[in-house]
Design a protein around this ligand. Structure first.
Ligand SMILES: [Fe+2]
Ligand SMILES: [Fe+2]
Length: 358
């Protein structure tokens, strides 16, 4: 299995510094740093889209993706300090879906922080999700880093409350990828005001990490890879020496640098979204995309899915994408270029071609 080989190679490269590295299939080896208290790792799992069929039946493929990610996260070495679940735990926001998802996530051996996804929200506007997982936005501090969890999938009051005859229809309209009846996501005024006050208490030298579901960038409106008030959030982050946004929702690897802010998207455990062809028309601050997100092998249900281990070193994120049966990838901040870069795929000459083996 390729992961065994990768793990072995990683181990050999860093054996001197990481005597604790084991032969676990997903060993992620971290080098030791002089000031170890400043460096730590966390795991990030996202977009499981647990889907209820009827009775006790759920879509098997989506279940398997989450179960695998949880099992692998539990085997991580070194142990992550916590886990973030990046949203879209459920497909249509129902209690059976959220309960079943929470049960699977309950197997994690670590403290877990939850981000709201639109698939979790638009049935009951987050009511049951909040019962299970707590507040929809909040902040916490960990080893000198200020973390903020945002609910970035809100939208206009009228669209939410007045447009749809039933909650189920509202949910279905927002669940479609390219549905023109959807509405752009936003953080919204109330939460922006809370964020302004929250960040006002944080020293500019303190690294800030934001977890959101939709990107705090405006990437591609047609598929709601978009947060309408992204720029005003970016403005609030501008005074910090280092700021990082980690987001789900797009089901693909993207990374970007806008001013002082690094952006990292994460993989879904459920399915990949391709790169929209219209991306080519986007603005110059458009994120990097390096491997086409086709599901190369439709008979391998985990193809083009994954989860991530994130190392924070002096406030900068190194994201290690754990990709079943694919080469794992690392996107890390490059101090020379002052932006995140994919260590293996940044140079077009080193990229593997898209696989076609139907
Ligand atoms: Fe999703
Ligand atoms: Fe989403």
């Amino acid at each position: 299995m390729s992961e065994h080989r990768l793990s072995r190679r990683s181990f050999l490269k860093t054996a001197g510094a990481a005597a604790a590295a084991s032969a676990l299939p997903i060993g992620v080896v971290e080098l030791a740093f002089a000031d170890a208290t400043r460096n730590f790792t966390f795991a990030h799992i996202s977009d499981s889209h647990i889907q209820h069929i009827s009775g006790t039946d759920f879509v098997r493929n989506w279940d398997r993706g989450l179960i695998r990610a949880v099992a692998e996260a539990n085997l991580l070495e070194p142990k992550p300090d916590f886990v973030v679940f990046g949203g879209d735990l459920a497909q249509l926001g129902t209690r059976p879906e959220l309960d079943h998802g929470a049960e699977m996530l309950g197997e994690l051996k670590y403290k877990t922080y939850h981000v709201m996804g639109e698939h979790d929200y638009y049935l009951d506007l987050g009511a049951y999700w909040s019962e299970l997982f707590g507040p929809q936005y909040h902040s916490f501090d960990h080893k000198g880093v200020h973390f903020v969890v945002l609910n970035s999938v809100l939208t206009d009051h009228d669209w939410t409350h007045n447009r749809w005859p039933t909650a189920e229809q509202r949910m279905l309209e927002m669940a479609g990828l390219d549905n023109p009846n959807g509405s752009p996501f936003m953080v919204g005024g109330e939460q922006r005001e809370w964020l302004r006050k929250d960040l006002a208490t944080v020293d500019r030298r303190t690294p800030v990490v934001i977890f959101s579901h939709s990107p705090i960038q405006r990437i591609y409106k047609g598929w709601n890879f978009w947060t309408e008030d992204a720029e005003s959030i970016q403005q609030m982050l501008r005074r910090f020496d280092t700021a990082t946004v980690v987001y789900g929702h797009v089901h693909q690897i993207q990374y970007n640098q806008i001013g002082n802010i690094s952006f990292h998207a994460v993989m879904a455990t459920a399915w990949p979204w391709p790169y929209p062809t219209a991306y080519a028309q986007a603005a110059p601050n458009f994120p990097k995309l390096t491997v086409p997100m086709n599901r190369a092998d439709p008979f391998f249900e985990r193809d083009a899915t994954g989860w991530q281990s994130v190392a924070l070193e002096a406030g900068r994120a190194t994201v290690k994408y754990q990709l079943p049966n694919n080469a794992n990838r690392v996107v890390a901040f490059n101090p020379k270029t002052q932006r995140p870069e994919d260590r293996d795929y940044q140079d077009p000459a080193r990229r593997i071609p898209g696989q076609i083996h139907y």
